[in-house]
Write a protein that binds this ligand. Structure first.
Ligand SMILES: Cc1ncc(COP(=O)(O)O)c(C=O)c1O
Length: 393
């Protein structure tokens, strides 16, 4: 019998130093807000992960540690059985976070002043990390189609690439904040162009497991030989199993020369040395987590459907772009015809909601807000109720 998981349970995270609840005043100027922003979940981390961590804590010494023997095989098996991707163990390395991985790649493969392409609106560290390291960001904005889906602008991308000198392209697959699961044809075209112009693709695939409504994620590196040999993929169990605080991510690099350059640098700086807890959590998540993940996805789909129905029914001038993956709902608020500052003021100071301001995701983000719905449905109902009351007023 399938085990029941209680995603409706409300857990107070205040006072735990949770980013989501405990920095509201710093970030939003007030603390009386429903926190629906940073991408972790308010659900319990699954019991099998908590038990494995507790078991390790039963031993009284927390000294230096090596990777458990089952760590890489667990990642390999998950990628193969869940995503159909066969990888060699030498392609794999622990990294202490995907954003940090992007920073490492920026440092290893580019010099200050080099150009890096991103496709906004997109996860904000994609511009913050390169710029913080003195690199230049080149935008290839996504096109928003009438059906609420985003498409890559390949004509403009080719023009940008052909100007030369773009060392990296950072891809969000599936896409945050639009929730798009890029199809094989799109990834193939992207791989082709980037290979032709010698632009290395950094594929951030942290949301890969969180596909919804039957959508299928395609690992970028699997679409062609060019994609395989011209990419670094970053993945993690952190979003999937709500263990972001454990800091456990990994890199996959099939190309020998790229791998040698990147992993030599990581090793030299001991950045590929895991903490005690990261491999334990990862291994047990990937061995035992499939059924829990299916239950999570059904719950998320129910909540996203609820948001979509509520917003259509009440005609609030806000449209949910239903994600094909992720628990992030990109809200199109352009019909409200507010300036971005007034839109943020409406959400924060009037409706008492802490969402991500669409503007932070770069060009194409104005008029949008990103709502994290990975919280008990009652909280989302309350949030929408707050919005309705403010807008109807
Ligand atoms: C696309 C994307 N990449 C990376 C991250 C963060 O990953 P990490 O915590 O491993 O740095 C997030 C978190 O929201 C994300 O949405």
């Amino acid at each position: 019998m399938t085990k029941q998981y209680d995603f409706d349970k409300i857990i107070d995270r205040h006072g735990t130093n949770a980013l989501k609840t405990d920095v509201l005043t710093v970030r939003y100027g007030r603390s009386d807000l429903l926190p629906l922003w940073v991408a972790d979940m308010d659900f319990e981390t699954p019991d099998f992960i908590m038990e494995a961590l507790r078991e390790r804590l039963n031993h009284p010494v927390l000294g230096y540690t090596k990777n458990p023997d089952g760590y890489y095989p667990a990642i390999q098996k998950w990628l193969l059985t869940v995503h159909g991707w066969t990888i060699q163990s030498e392609w794999l390395r622990y990294i202490p976070g995907v954003v940090k991985g992007i920073g490492f790649a920026v440092n290893v493969f580019t010099k200050p002043g080099d150009r890096i392409i991103i496709q906004p609106p997109v996860y904000h560290p994609f511009h913050l990390v390169p710029r913080g390291n003195g690199r230049e960001i080149v935008y290839n904005p996504l096109t928003l189609l009438d059906d609420g889906l985003y498409a890559m602008d390949f004509n403009q991308l080719e023009q940008t690439l052909s100007n030369g000198d773009c060392k990296l392209l950072i891809l969000s697959n599936p896409h945050n904040p639009g929730g798009i699961v890029w199809d094989k044809a799109t990834l193939l075209r992207l791989a082709d162009l980037c290979d032709r112009y010698h632009t290395l693709v950094i594929a951030d695939e942290i949301h890969a497991d969180l596909t919804l409504y039957g959508h299928q994620y395609t690992p970028f590196a699997t679409v062609s030989e060019a994609a395989k040999l011209n990419s670094i993929t970053f993945g993690a169990p952190s979003k999937t199993f709500n263990i972001a605080g454990v800091v456990s991510s990994f890199a996959v690099i099939p190309n020998d020369a790229v791998r040698k350059a990147f992993y030599t640098w990581l090793s030299a700086n001991e950045l590929d040395e895991p903490t005690i807890f990261a491999p334990i959590a990862t291994e047990v998540a990937y061995i035992q987590g499939y059924e829990w993940l299916q239950a999570l996805k059904r719950y998320l789909e129910g909540t996203i459907d609820f948001v979509d129905d509520y917003l259509s029914e009440h005609n609030l001038g806000i449209k949910a772009i239903k994600p094909q993956a992720t628990y992030l709902v990109w809200l199109d608020c352009r019909a409200l015809k507010l300036t971005q500052a007034d839109l943020v003021d409406l959400f924060v100071n009037k409706a008492h909601l802490a969402l991500n301001d669409g503007a932070m995701f770069g060009p194409g983000g104005d008029g949008f807000m990103r709502m994290n719905v990975a919280t008990p449905r009652r909280i989302i109902e309350q949030a929408l109720e707050n919005l309705r009351q403010v807008i109807e007023k």
